[in-house]
Design a protein around this ligand. Structure first.
Ligand SMILES: Nc1ncnc2c1ncn2[C@@H]1O[C@H](COP(=O)(O)OP(=O)(O)O)[C@@H](O)[C@H]1O
Ligand SMILES: [Mg+2]
Length: 221
């Protein structure tokens, strides 16, 4: 089934700049008169916000890897039904902070859960919906961690379950994202996230505007 909207996801390790860039792009597209829906996973719905709390809370050290995967699946199922499909049906451009690629990278490569199981759960939860365009913001793990830590003041106070993982976990996640991009170079565009936010914004806008124009979105630049 195809929809009139356009589905863009932001991916990459913690601290790469997803939330920063998504918000700037949303303002830019709104300024061009484009209908934009901004959302995130986990936590793009009221129910998802409660699931997000379970997933990220630093005290939930006993959450098993398979329960974690299924909670992400539950969050996505609710999000796709309540937010993604309605927005795509209206013809919106959706900007979503993380989606299915994150499950493959974090639960597949990070937690080392079986890929066939993950792909089954992703397909079921997302009702087969995949992003039209994915922006993979790629940066060194140490740089991402420094940025993420600077975001939480005082340092480390806001560390969630994933921020507390060791460096090799995050290295596996980064590599998994890059492997996905090699497998689907048309959909997943790798953007160097090491320069200034303004330089990244310019590249993000160029990639997105080209993709929207190719899809026939009307806007005045
Ligand atoms: N290109 C950049 N260079 C330096 N700092 C950045 C850059 N992009 C974002 N930041 C800062 O790094 C922190 C993490 O950025 P954020 O957008 O929250 O990342 P993410 O959502 O991917 O975890 C924030 O404090 C943000 O202001
Ligand atoms: Mg973020």
């Amino acid at each position: 089934m195809s929809y009139p909207g356009f589905f863009i996801t932001f991916e990459g390790i913690d601290g790469c700049g997803k939330t920063t860039q998504l918000s700037v792009l949303a303002d830019h597209l709104c300024g061009l008169g484009i209908a934009v829906t901004t959302t995130r996973e986990p936590g793009g719905t009221a129910i998802g916000t409660r699931i997000r709390e379970i997933l990220l809370h630093r005290d939930n050290v006993h959450l098993s890897a398979s329960a974690e995967l299924l909670l992400y699946g539950a969050d996505r199922a609710q999000h796709v039904a309540e937010v993604i499909i309605p927005a795509l049906s209206r013809g919106d451009v959706i900007l979503c902070d993380r989606f299915s690629d994150a499950t493959i990278a974090y639960q597949g490569s990070g937690r080392k859960l079986p890929m066939e199981t993950i792909e089954g759960i992703i397909g079921y939860a997302a009702q087969g919906i995949a992003p039209d365009l994915t922006l993979l913001l790629d940066v060194d793990v140490t740089v991402g961690q420094q940025r993420a830590h600077r975001r939480g003041v005082p340092a480390g106070a806001s560390d969630d379950r994933f921020e507390r993982e060791k460096i090799d976990f995050h290295e596996r996640v980064r590599e998994a994202y890059l492997a996905l991009a090699r497998r689907e170079p048309q959909r997943i565009r790798v953007i160097d996230a090491s320069p200034s936010p303004e330089a990244i914004t310019r590249e993000v806008q160029s990639v997105v505007m080209d993709a929207l124009a190719a899809r026939g979105f009307a806007f005045t630049v």
